[in-house]
Write a protein that binds this ligand. Sequence first.
Ligand SMILES: Cc1cc2nc3c(=O)[nH]c(=O)nc-3n(C[C@H](O)[C@H](O)[C@H](O)COP(=O)(O)OP(=O)(O)OC[C@H]3O[C@@H](n4cnc5c(N)ncnc54)[C@H](O)[C@@H]3O)c2cc1C
Length: 478
Amino acid sequence: MAARSTATSLLSRRLGAAAVRTSAAALFDASFDSLKLSFLPEAVIFPRNKADIGVVLLLANEHNIPVTVRGRGTSLTGSAAPRRGGWVIDLLQFDRIKIDVTAGMAEVEAGAKVADIQNAAEKVGWFYPPDPSSKEYCTIGGNVACNSGGMHGGKYGVTRDFVMALKGFMPNGDWVEWGTPTRKYAAGFNLRDLWIGSEGMLGIVTDAVLRLIPQPAARWTLLLSFSTEAAAFRAVAKLFRLRVRPAICEFLDRYSVQCAEAATGETVFPGQPGRPVILLELAGSPAEIRAERLILLKWARENALAFRAAKTREDAERLWAVRRKCSGAMFELGDSKLNEDIVVPLRSYGKFVRFIDGLRRSSQLSIPCFGHLGDGNIHVNIMYRGADPEQRRAAEAAVEELMAAVVKLGGAISGEHGIGLAKSPFLRLQHSPAQVNAMMAVKSALDPKGILNPGKMFEVFPVWEHKRLSIALPWDHK
Ligand SMILES: Cc1cc2nc3c(=O)[nH]c(=O)nc-3n(C[C@H](O)[C@H](O)[C@H](O)COP(=O)(O)OP(=O)(O)OC[C@H]3O[C@@H](n4cnc5c(N)ncnc54)[C@H](O)[C@@H]3O)c2cc1C
């Protein structure tokens, strides 16, 4: 520890005391993310310019200091928490956004907020589709590091599908540029894509060039209810067979709908409380919407119990209320929530519904599910009372069972949140020893001293043995 504080003093002399903060408040603020497990760093660094990041990494390698990069700290897995202490680099001040209207690209700095990028693009007729629910807070650097996704994923894809080029620093402090601001790129190993989803463990992103698509001229929203979750899933499979790809295809099971209905005091479909629903949104040119709307209406009549289409944007907003309300409203079912962002392949949807029903029975917990049916990324919300040891044990066991089942069904233990600390116990369920060894070999080739974000992903972290902070964050209940 003495060696670390000597290195911190050295860094402070190089960058200036204003760039290297060590106050108790600064250290605490940088010690956790949305998983709310706290690990205090020795210093939080606010680089004056990008070259400072290289200086930090050079010194960190020289003195064996762990370095964790931080965007906004909305990660739900603990990936942004400095598990081994050391230095946290805060990149929020690098937030420039420049839209190239001709090429349809956004040149952005890592600390730019995702909603700001979307808004800047929209103002000039372009669209950046990846839209995590946290987009009003999270940064594009964090989105690249976690390969984040959102409701538009089923039709348009996730962050990876929109990154053309990245700039930043290798763990040893070398400046690198991966990819070019061009739509095609086949010049050597693709380390750009290796950085995407690497959770701040293989490099530090300072800049990104993002592909944009034309802003859809029109949107059309349809809300449908079904008798059962299985019926809803079967209907969606039929829709995909009709070759219709809605821009958004959100599913809420009956428990999620019941939560939203309790919160608003209104039934989504009068006379049919607590039915599973699907919320669809078409996006495209008016002609495309007209053609797809006809197909959708016929499909809705044949498959849904009831449905309602939006005639105006205000109508659409009203249809969206059930989706917007459900997540926060779940806290009526328990003060603690494990939001597991698993993915199941379309062919396994039916088996998944049966599994979740069984899990509810065996765990005796409330487990409302909702999510992006367009890409199979379903959020399984295990609700429990944090102070009740029996419920805590049941929740822990339910997560274990869920992860094993998802892998057995051919799915993924995470679709967008990543591994970090929270999912580290399950990495080896998803990956064979050969696969894990290959990933670890990449890590040690690029970061031989293990400087960047150590103690994550590959080391099994016993999340349940650690007490979470009981503090409210601005994005809680979103
Ligand atoms: C209410 C809520 C809703 C959410 N909804 C979604 C959702 O719909 N979809 C989704 O995908 N996620 C969602 N998330 C998770 C989270 O918002 C994303 O993972 C997001 O990408 C994190 O961004 P951040 O700026 O907060 O990064 P942080 O949390 O600060 O960091 C996350 C990881 O990225 C690394 N990192 C950050 N910046 C950089 C950089 N410049 N270079 C290299 N590594 C970096 C960190 O080291 C860390 O490993 C949600 C979270 C909350 C709290």
